[in-house]
Design a protein around this ligand. Structure first.
Ligand code: IMP
Length: 193
């Protein structure tokens, strides 16, 4: 492991937690057919594993939104680039997020989805970095509480890199990653990562 980043949640911890979340969602939505909506691209990895841990008929949809700036500094001004085409009225919708940080993205997504008159609307986030929250927002399902450190892996990127790392890494030296965005590339090919 380099000094730039270290494992925060290893792949086994993530697998176990995703299975637990899947079981909880299964119990909470029994007899119903929830619609899981995620925001590309970060949430796609989590959603792919989560739906296989839910023992119910589910629908999955992807949305894409524009952000001004990098993921490292997320902003609230967004625009829909890809939308859910199906009617969500009367459906039980779960917004699946990779990480809720300031909460601005989630608040925007909740307002967009809420306007479609779902029967229920909840957030399931893999990571909750509540210390950085700007808008009050309590996700119903949380995988892990995330410290106030930038993270990559398991869908989360730095400049579109590292989404395919199986572990979630905390970036201990963000200056080094900024200076060389490929500095963690050896981890992608290192089986012992
Ligand atoms: P929010 O609007 O501040 O809650 O930001 C949410 C989005 O910012 C997430 O869906 C991620 O795409 C991105 N983001 C926030 N923190 C991180 C991080 O530590 N690593 C990678 N992406 C992040």
């Amino acid at each position: 492991m380099t000094e730039v980043a270290s494992v925060l949640y290893g792949r086994e911890d993530v697998r176990r937690r995703v299975e637990e979340l899947g079981r909880t969602i299964t119990g909470d939505y029994v007899g119903r057919e929830p619609v899981l909506v995620t925001v590309l691209t970060g949430g796609a990895v989590f959603l792919a594993d989560l739906i296989r841990a839910v023992d119910l008929p589910v629908e999955t949809h992807f949305m894409a939104i524009s952000r001004y700036g990098d993921a490292e500094e997320s902003f609230g001004r967004v625009q829909i680039l890809l939308d859910v085409e199906d009617d969500l009225a009367g459906r039980d919708v779960v917004l699946v997020e990779d990480i809720v940080d300031t909460g601005l993205t989630s608040r925007y997504m909740l307002s967009v989805l809420g306007a479609r008159a779902p029967a229920s609307l909840e957030i399931c986030t893999l990571l909750d970095r509540s210390v950085r929250r700007i808008v009050p927002l309590l996700p119903r399902y949380v995988g892990f509480d995330c410290p106030d450190t930038f993270v990559v892996g398991y869908g989360l990127d730095y400049r579109e890199r590292y989404r395919n790392l199986p572990d979630i890494l905390r970036v201990d030296d963000l200056a080094a990653l900024r200076a060389d965005p490929d500095v963690l590339a050896p981890l992608l090919t290192d089986a012992a990562a």
